[in-house]
Design a protein around this ligand. Structure first.
Ligand code: PMP
Length: 410
């Protein structure tokens, strides 16, 4: 078994919450796909901001306001570097992945789509990349086409090629499925779509915590993610968009900060990125996201992903060896550290409640991806998902907890 490229014991010490107990047992936190824990660097950056700098940005001439503005814009530049965007104007702060997708659907979608146009999604999208397009279907009469998956949870690439007709005007696809862990083959998919002139939105919510992302190499038109899944705070996320597309898009929400001149007769809008950032933004959260970017760059996004892969391989092997009646949903050859599973005779909710008694935090339910679970014939699964700080010992505790659950329920 390979070791992480970083010092795991000292990295764990950076996460205060990992020292706590749950139900009298050491916390084993395996719900990272829902949200990751936060290192001291992030907690302290936000604490520091509120203690020493807090002010509203962009409007004030006083020192605090200028310092707060600088810190907020520095966070944007950090994100730009992290995803290799060509310009910081291409980094729009939103509340998260969900808001970023709604922004694109309502701004780009309403301006560019008409009845009968098709938006292509995959079977394994999170509800955040389904419902905004369904709302647009109700508003505009567009159609949705869904790329199916194979039995192992991979995308059905043959079906993708067949469905990719000139009627498709937009492709919105996840890079990693939160329910199955599948990594989609964007290197094959995006060039095909681009060859037909179809803009592509990539839902990177589950990808960005595990690998270095280069939006220019990917050639995505839009790339969206949430800070809270990559060691940053809740309440902030990113919409990356190519400058020319963002420039041509109408604003989504109106209000302060997104304007140039307002009269009752006519309002002109601010330049990018502010055109899409109406109202007082989540300033401390942006600074926290900047700190999370620094933290991930220090540890190394690819090093994190490589260690999580070791945990995935080990946990999958241990579960298969030690648990009868186990079904893992999603065994695509290219997966991140997510294991969704069911156990014969044990309801997912019971697994969640009983493992919690043993200090293990995992997720149960439909994981906001009802269509793909339904397709695989289940209503709910239990899911473990790994982060930089998880250990092989924690995997052992989790598998032992599942064995206890089996004994108790069956
Ligand atoms: N897409 C994917 C693939 C996700 O896993 C999630 C979060 N579970 C979202 C979108 C939505 O993210 P948020 O709730 O942070 O907006």
């Amino acid at each position: 078994m390979k070791q992480p490229a970083y010092d795991l014991a000292s990295l764990r010490k950076e996460f205060p919450i990992l020292a706590r107990e749950v139900n009298g047992k050491p916390l084993v936190y395996l719900d990272n796909a829902a949200t990751s824990q936060k290192p001291l660097a992030v907690i302290q950056a936000m604490d520091d901001y509120y203690r020493h700098t807090n002010a509203n940005i962009h409007r004030g001439l006083h020192t605090l306001s200028q310092e707060a503005t600088d810190a907020h814009e520095l966070a944007r530049e950090k994100v730009q570097g992290f995803i290799n965007a060509a310009s910081s104007k291409e980094v729009i702060f939103t509340r998260g992945t969900t808001e970023s997708i709604n922004l694109v659907a309502q701004s780009w979608g309403r301006a560019n789509l008409k009845a009968g146009d098709q938006v292509m999604l995959s079977m394994m999208e999170h509800h955040a990349n389904i419902v905004p397009w369904q709302m647009l279907r109700e508003q505009l009469g567009i159609e949705l086409v869904i790329i199916p998956i194979l039995a192992n949870g991979s995308l059905d690439m043959d079906a993708f090629f067949q469905l990719l007709t000139p009627k498709v005007k937009f492709l919105a696809i996840t890079q990693v499925s939160n329910a199955l862990g599948t990594v989609t083959s964007l290197a094959a998919i995006i060039p095909m779509a681009k060859a037909l002139g179809i803009p592509v939105l990539v839902d990177g919510a589950q990808a960005i915590p595990h690998q270095a992302i280069d939006v220019q190499a990917l050639d995505a038109d839009f790339y969206v993610f949430s800070a809270h899944k990559m060691y940053g705070p809740t309440g902030i996320g990113v919409l990356y968009g190519k400058e020319a597309l963002l420039e041509a898009m109408p604003p989504w929400q109106g209000g302060g900060d997104m304007i140039d001149v307002v009269t009752f007769e006519k309002t002109t809008y601010a330049k990018l990125p502010h055109k899409f950032e109406a109202g007082t933004p989540a300033i401390a959260d942006a600074i926290g996201l900047g700190a999370a970017v620094d933290w991930m760059q220090r540890v190394g996004a690819d090093a994190i992903g490589a260690w999580e892969h070791e945990l995935l391989v080990y946990a999958t092997a241990q579960m298969k060896a030690q648990l009868s009646g186990l079904r893992i949903l999603g065994e695509a050859p290219n997966k991140v550290g997510v294991i969704s599973f069911v156990l014969d005779g044990a309801h997912a909710q019971d697994i969640g409640l009983l493992t919690d008694q043993l200090g293990v935090a995992l997720r149960t339910g439909h994981h906001c991806a009802m269509p793909v679970l339904h397709h695989l014939g289940v209503d709910a699964t239990a899911r473990v998902s790994f982060a930089a700080y998880n250990t092989l010992e924690e995997v052992d505790v989790f598998v032992a907890a599942l064995k206890r659950v089996r004994e108790m329920l069956i």
